[in-house]
Ligand binder design. Structure first.
Ligand SMILES: NC(=O)c1ccc[n+]([C@@H]2O[C@H](COP(=O)([O-])OP(=O)(O)OC[C@H]3O[C@@H](n4cnc5c(N)ncnc54)[C@H](O)[C@@H]3O)[C@@H](O)[C@H]2O)c1
Length: 278
């Protein structure tokens, strides 16, 4: 590519003015997204609970993968806890400066059952984790902080195929993710007067820690479950997504130059799952 063309493309998508919080930052999709964001010039602060994959380890991995330790930060926080989120915002600001993008990527499913065998305690846990920790609490506190500081920030939520079409047996996840889509639209409207954008990415089926054993029979990932087979047969592209296929949409939504007039949308990255028909 000639220099003028690559300079032009870079000017649309460079993220050197962005300081990005990514919740669930030690997760599978967040790992790929954060690497791309650092490579595109952003500073990135991973927020995670640190239960399975400690945040400082995830930050070290990110620094190694990108070669930019100066752009990689981390805070241990449960995004479902308001006081912890407030503390995390202050720690993030101290570490990398005022954040101007929030990617709500904490979440994930646990369990699967017929409706009449629902474990209501687990239902509440998954619903709260994906809705309150996955969107409501970080969004509430970051938006208040931005409005107070007059920062025209941008929020990216993680919706799902289950925001549009219920997935069988994962009742709380379905309920939470359809609400994440609804609140993406509602908060986009609420925050627009402050110049704050809210959008979402709706990944089709990507293999993450939270869904690996729904899609494959065991950790060796050699044999699909019936559910994994059914998903692939209903995905027009005939395969799961590769995590890297989320990068373009993530960078696009983070760049004000590329997507500054876009708010309240959820972009499916799904190999056609939502347009499959008979
Ligand atoms: N993998 C997929 O196919 C897929 C599809 C659609 C949507 N999503 C969504 O994308 C997001 C990331 O998914 P993933 O597949 O990378 O999952 P993952 O399990 O690999 O990562 C999720 C991370 O979130 C963290 N987390 C969960 N609750 C938290 C909390 N309260 N506080 C702090 N951290 C918390 C977990 O510890 C984990 O590190 C989730 O919201 C998921 O629902 C994933």
């Amino acid at each position: 590519m000639s220099n003028y063309a690559s300079d032009y493309a870079a000017s649309l998508f460079t993220l050197t003015d962005k300081r990005i919080i990514i919740t669930g930052g030690a997760g599978a999709l967040a790992g790929t997204m954060s690497e791309a964001l650092v490579k595109a010039g952003a500073k990135v602060c991973l927020w995670g609970r640190g239960t399975h994959h400690p945040v400082d380890e995830a930050v070290r991995d990110l620094a190694e993968r990108t070669g930019h330790p100066e752009a990689c930060f981390g805070v241990t926080v449960d995004t479902g806890n308001e006081a912890e989120v407030q503390r995390a915002i202050a720690e993030t600001e101290q570490a990398m400066g005022v954040p101007n993008i929030l990617i709500n990527a904490a979440g994930g499913n646990k369990g699967k059952s017929p409706f009449i065998e629902l474990d209501t305690a687990l239902f509440t846990e998954v619903l709260e984790n994906n809705l309150l920790g996955g969107l409501v609490i970080p969004t509430k506190h970051i938006a208040a902080y931005w409005i107070h500081k007059k920062v025209a920030g941008s929020i990216i939520n993680m919706t799902s195929m289950s925001s549009y079409i219920p997935l069988s047996g994962v009742w709380a996840y379905d309920a939470a993710k359809s609400a994440v889509l609804n609140l993406t639209i509602a908060t986009a409207n609420e925050f627009a007067p402050y110049g704050i954008r809210v959008n979402a990415i709706a990944p089709g089926f990507f293999v993450g820690n939270q869904n690996r054993l729904l899609l494959y029979k065991d950790e060796s990932m050699t044999e699909l479950t019936d559910r994994g087979k059914s998903i692939i047969s209903r995905t027009p592209f005939g395969r799961f997504g590769q995590n890297e296929e989320l990068i373009g949409t993530t960078i696009f939504l983070c760049s004000d130059k590329a997507s500054g007039f876009i708010t309240g949308v959820s972009i499916p990255v799904d190999g056609g799952f939502l347009v499959d028909n008979v």
